[in-house]
Design a protein around this ligand. Structure first.
Ligand code: PMT
Length: 411
């Protein structure tokens, strides 16, 4: 199965006999590496206990739209933002009808409306209910609204009848959930991503660095991999585990990052510079620990190589995507960087404020290229990275087809 390492999955459980399979579904999702939070409707608790779901997921179950006692303090908006994907399994005929109509009268239906993450439903019902015109028309509404349909299977039903309406097995649901994240937009392409900070040594025990955690760059590498690309991640020191199926090269200094990028860039069609590379480094790192004897100390700093600009200068150059970390005048400064570094696209973000930018789990990106500006809302870094990769794929394919038709005209 495709891994879902660190993916945040909300499993919604509604009232149906197949709810007995929900505990197994949580286990299969977790086996694939996902973090799972369970949301149960009132009817679901008649079929399986919240305690069982809490035990298998390792987290308290969310049940009420307004729950002042909730241990995690997450409300429907927080859960909707936390989710990378929502799977409702089993999804009853009643829940499918509510979702088709946009009725939001409990936690699960509300969060399905509020989330930007992909939503899938795994129907479970009697065959007559499944084939009824009302259910079928609700299902086409859901599919038109972009909601995925997992199953149902056909076979023996709890009511004693045989036919379509059986919920898929846990293993199949986990595999389909994992596949939700695979877009194929960058299939066959190689993407090189930089991430994290650099460490510039002052002496053997001290460094100049910055607040980058690597979360944004790692999310970009994951999203590119899920879009079908072969990804190389050149990362400065971070506490993160590199995404599976990504070739990871660990470096420490800006010079080492520059060297690694130069070595691997020629095979890549797309370069994304999400690393917070030090702009200056000490001219000389002392060989021994500098003693605390003088009243003051000056460090002579020299400029580091500009990795992004060096990639743009290649001939042929890949599609070059830079980031811009700014504390003010975001669009003005980022547009200046787009031109100065001759990048194809800049993902700009405000830094130095809590809740986005450095270290946070969420980010607000503004995508700027020569065609215009797209301001994304505050999103989890995983969701922001997916939006960025989608934008990059559109840009890459547009640039390539323009290039192909130019070459065709010359022949
Ligand atoms: O890692 P996180 O905690 O998740 O935080 C994410 C982030 C804030 C680090 C990320 O979103 C981000 O903004 N990364 C770029 C940070 C940065 O160095 O921005 P800059 O505006 O200083 O640099 C502009 C671009 O030039 C960047 O693409 C940078 O990688 C590149 N650069 C900078 C200096 C240098 N010597 N070589 C470069 O290639």
């Amino acid at each position: 199965m495709i891994p879902m390492t660190n993916k945040h999955i909300v499993l919604g459980v509604t009232g149906g006999i197949a709810a007995y399979k929900s505990a197994e579904t949580v286990r299969r999702l977790r086996d694939a590496g996902a973090e799972v939070r369970v949301v149960m409707t009132r009817a679901a608790t008649e079929f399986i206990t919240p305690l069982t779901m809490q035990a298998v997921s390792g987290h308290p179950v969310h049940r009420q739209l307004v729950d002042t006692q909730a241990e995690s303090g997450m409300d429907h908006i927080e859960l909707a933002r936390w989710a990378d994907g929502v799977l409702v399994a089993p999804a009853s005929a009643n829940f499918i009808a509510k979702l088709a109509q946009g009725i939001a009268d409990d936690l699960l239906s509300t969060l399905c409306l509020a989330t930007e993450a992909p939503v899938a439903v795994a129907p479970s019902m009697n065959r007559q209910m499944w084939t009824s015109p009302a259910t079928q028309s609700n299902l086409s509404t859901l599919q038109n609204n972009g909601i995925r349909l997992f199953g149902p299977a056909s076979g023996a039903q709890a009511c004693g009848e045989t036919g379509p309406g059986r919920m898929l097995e846990a293993e199949e649901l986990a595999a389909l959930t994992a596949a939700m994240f695979e877009t194929g937009e960058l299939a066959g392409l190689r993407v090189l991503v930089t991430a994290g900070p650099t460490w510039e040594p002052i002496d053997p025990v001290r460094i100049i660095t910055n607040r980058s955690s690597g979360k944004m760059g790692y999310a970009v590498a994951t999203a590119a991999m899920e879009a079908g690309a072969r990804v190389t991640l050149v990362t400065g020191p971070t506490a993160l585990t590199p995404p599976e199926r990504v070739d990871c090269i660990r470096v420490m200094t800006a010079q080492e990052m520059f060297d690694a990028v130069q070595q691997h860039i020629t095979s890549a069609q797309i370069f994304v510079g999400a690393a917070a590379v030090a702009d200056y480094r000490p001219a000389h790192a002392a060989s021994g620990k500098i003693k605390r004897t003088a009243d003051s100390l000056s460090l002579n700093l020299v400029r580091t190589p500009d990795i992004l600009a060096s990639v743009s200068a290649l001939d042929p150059a890949p599609l070059v995507v830079g980031f811009a970390a700014e504390t003010s005048d975001l669009e003005l400064n980022a547009t200046a960087k787009l031109r100065a570094k001759r990048a194809d696209l800049i993902a700009a973000n405000i830094v130095g404020q809590p809740g986005s930018g450095f270290e946070a789990d969420e980010n607000r990106l503004v995508l700027i290229d020569e065609r215009g500006t797209l301001a994304l809302p505050l999103l989890s870094k995983a969701a922001a990275a997916r939006e960025l990769i989608h934008h990059i794929a559109v840009l890459y394919h547009a640039k390539n087809s323009a290039e192909n038709s130019r070459l065709a005209h010359r022949q």
